[in-house]
Write a protein that binds this ligand. Structure first.
Ligand code: ADP
Ligand code: MG
Length: 354
């Protein structure tokens, strides 16, 4: 019998080894492409909640549709629970009770946070302006046509101011109870921020590696960098231009940016614009700014402080400029004369190479 040639055996072994390695590499590539296909592609979802469009752009190895659905469900829950003008909602019951009302933990935490934000901004952000907001007709803004709006009488405004204000709200932490003492709570200036915080938590519970962003009205919450590494570019709208006309851009991999503008919800009578952000002191639409954008890690802070910065306006800019960065927020304010004011570190976010 002829002995096999050892050189031939070696060659044969090498072919087998190379084939196995080759096959392995092909399998790895297919697997990587499969995973990329699942995580690297963005899917878009949209719904109408809080009287505005909510857009979710998300890439995830977990079913993105499931995540988006869970987020929309949560947002709708919050919309119903905290609509102060819907009979039976938690805020409605609080506002229409003359006595202490026991509340759940979430509500207690939100009331507490809203009062803290009011104190921090010296009342520029005031969660107890419900009566004034209702008087101006912004409580059911999307259900009203422009001709239904009217400017309230000075007497009516005065009366509503007397019955409003965060100082009226009392909290009993031991009994988990809140008393509104005639004022009406309205979380409109921070609820979208809270909903975005919840949305972020939900998305990360499903998949901590998901990325993308959520847009709710004038606010954006980043879920993770674009394609897992790059900045998202967010335009700050020219308040006197169209939707796609930006006066600046910010570059974000995380955190949130909220903009409060006088162009979102307003009506016009005799050429005067009356919008939905009210100065708690005068009871009138605030006139010291036409747009305020706030960048912060925390979406609730971004939301509430964009409203507060708007009320503080250009006259109290020095206060905003000094205080807000200490709270963890950078601000860009546009005055009615279209002058742009920025806190010292805002430009960090305007740098594309950050
Ligand atoms: P948007 O809801 O358009 O993003 P904001 O975040 O600035 O705008 O919130 C405005 C809403 O906040 C109003 O519709 C009203 O419900 C409420 N609001 C109005 N004025 C104030 C204020 N001074 N402080 C707190 N909330 C306010
Ligand atoms: Mg706000």
């Amino acid at each position: 019998m002829q002995q096999p040639d050892p050189v031939e055996i070696l060659k044969l072994n090498r072919i087998v080894v190379y084939s196995v390695i080759g096959l392995f590499l092909v399998l790895i590539t297919i697997y990587a492409l499969f995973i990329y296909g699942k995580t690297g592609q963005y899917q878009d979802f949209e719904d109408y909640i809080f009287g505005t469009y909510i857009r979710i752009k998300i890439a995830s190895k977990v079913n993105p549709e499931k995540i988006a659905k869970a987020i929309f469900t949560e947002m709708r829950r919050l919309e119903e629970k905290y609509d102060p003008y819907r009979e039976g909602s938690v805020l409605y019951n609080l506002n229409h009770s003359e006595d202490w009302v026991q509340v759940d933990d979430e509500t207690l935490a939100l009331v507490d946070l809203s009062l803290k934000l009011a104190k921090q901004t010296e009342g520029a952000f005031d969660p107890a302006l419900g009566r004034l907001i209702d008087l101006w007709g912004f409580s059911k803004y999307s259900q009203r046509s422009e001709s239904e709006f009217k400017v309230p009488e000075p007497r009516e405004i005065k009366e509503a101011i007397l019955l409003s204000g965060y100082q009226k709200i009392t909290v009993d932490y031991l009994k988990k109870s809140v008393k509104t003492n005639g004022a009406w709570l309205d979380f409109g200036g921070m609820l979208k921020g809270y909903a975005l915080k919840r949305a972020y938590q939900i998305a990360k519970e499903y998949d901590k590696n998901c990325h993308g962003f959520i847009e709710a009205g004038g606010q954006i919450m980043i879920l993770g960098p674009k394609f897992g590494r790059a900045n998202w570019i967010v335009g700050i709208r020219n308040p006197r231009g169209n939707t796609y006309d930006s006066i600046s851009y910010v570059y974000l991999k995380e955190g949130s940016i909220a903009t409060s503008g006088d162009y979102e919800r307003y009506f016009e009578i005799d050429g005067v614009r009356y919008h939905h952000i009210l100065d708690p002191q005068t009871g009138l639409p605030s006139r010291g700014a036409i747009s305020v954008s706030v960048v912060s890690e925390d979406p609730i802070l971004a939301d509430a402080l964009s409203t507060a910065g708007f009320v503080l306006g250009k006259d109290r800019w020095l206060y905003t400029r000094t205080l807000f960065p200490k709270l963890g927020a950078e601000v860009l304010l546009i005055t009615p004369e279209m002058k742009i004011l920025k806190t010292d570190n805002f430009s960090i976010y305007e740098n594309p190479d950050r």
